[in-house]
Ligand binder design. Structure first.
Ligand code: SF4
Ligand code: SF4
Length: 343
């Protein structure tokens, strides 16, 4: 049975105790699960939107970085651009936030290019997608340590390892696909006919006459235009994200992002907020801190986080999004059955 390793921490735990716990978990996965570490392993993180105060701060990853460095293993933080307008929608903006949030100990790689143009199509042949747009610098790696913050999420219900793989490793166009609307829409009201989008579109799919218009036959849904319109005139519809198939599309993208990789998943279940680290404002936790989980299975680790959270709180904390786990297990991403081993 899949094993999930766990180390409890609480709100009084000091940073050095958190680091020691994370390293202990990594070592345990390496030895007990016989995971060979590559010579270069990126650390998939969420850098936290500007103004967010509850993302997992990089000081909590220093133990893992030191452990890899001592083993002569190179590493870097890796992340992708977001779809929506914010402080992390281009490499330049993203690196500024990374610096402000203290991600300076190792290089930061924004994996899908300046505005999401760098991706590889990973074939999966599942119900919703034949191929998924995975960020170029992630698709080429054979191993990633996926460092997730377990917490709630406005659309997905909750966010952990699967969410970190699915949205976190997809290019902008891949994120757009998961929101079920691979062709952006342009607001005629907001468009100022400046031509910026047309000049940048890799498929020459935008024609600017009196207003910009997308040729649906040419558009490949890369979403680059959404990031660069200076007037915020290009967007997607979030409505389709409120359907059950959104959870299935997440699971399929997580499958694509981890396909062929010897990944290690480490999830930090503290600062458990109702919404995710993309929210650019402070939030209060909605549950007590739990600890750190580690596994080689993204489904098992998310299931374990949810189970222990509910057990600790005596209630179902995050009600929505559980169908993601059922569907993820059904397509072979991992197992909902697990053995929890407390260290
Ligand atoms: S970049 Fe924005 S404002 Fe400029 S033409 Fe394109 S849609 Fe219109
Ligand atoms: S119109 Fe389509 S192909 Fe062109 S930049 Fe926008 S999403 Fe990409």
């Amino acid at each position: 049975m899949t094993k999930v390793y766990f180390k409890a921490i609480n709100s009084y735990s000091k940073t050095n105790e958190i680091n020691a716990a994370a390293v202990h978990l990594l070592q345990t996965i390496e030895v007990k699960e016989s995971v060979e570490l590559n010579r270069f392993i990126p650390l998939k993180v969420h850098l936290g939107e500007k103004g967010n105060k509850t993302f997992i701060e990089p000081k909590n990853f220093e133990g893992i970085i030191d452990y890899l460095t001592e083993r002569n293993i190179d590493t870097a933080f890796i992340e992708t651009n977001v779809l929506y307008k914010g402080q992390r929608n281009t490499i330049k903006n993203h690196l500024r936030v990374a610096k402000e949030h203290g991600f300076t100990k190792i290089p930061v790689v924004i994996a899908d290019g300046e505005v999401g143009e760098d991706y590889e199509l990973v074939e999966i042949k599942k119900k919703h997608f034949d191929r998924c747009k995975i960020a170029g610098a992630i698709a080429k790696e054979k191993q990633i340590i996926v460092l997730s913050h377990f917490k709630g999420h406005a659309l997905a219900g909750f966010g952990g390892a699967i969410k970190q793989l699915a949205m976190g490793c997809a290019s902008k166009g891949g994120k757009l696909d998961q929101h079920a609307n691979s062709i952006p829409k342009i607001s005629r009201l907001k468009c100022k006919s400046c031509n910026t989008c047309a000049a940048k579109c890799p498929e020459s799919a935008i024609i600017v006459d009196t207003k910009a218009k997308i040729d649906k036959n040419k558009c490949v849904g890369c979403a680059s235009c959404m990031a660069i319109c200076p007037y915020g005139a290009i967007s997607n519809s979030w409505l389709a994200s409120l359907t059950k198939s959104f959870n299935e599309r997440l699971a399929e993208y997580a499958y694509a992002a981890s396909k062929g990789k010897n990944n290690i998943y480490i999830s930090f279940a503290f600062n458990i907020t109702k919404n995710c680290d993309c929210e650019g404002h402070p939030m209060e936790p909605v549950a007590k801190d739990i600890g750190i989980f580690a596994s080689t299975d993204p489904v098992a680790i998310d299931q374990a986080c949810l189970d222990i959270l509910d057990k600790n709180e005596g209630r179902i904390v995050f009600k929505r999004g559980r169908s993601t786990l059922e569907y993820a297990a059904s397509i072979g991403l991992g197992s909902r059955e697990y053995e929890l081993i407390e260290l």
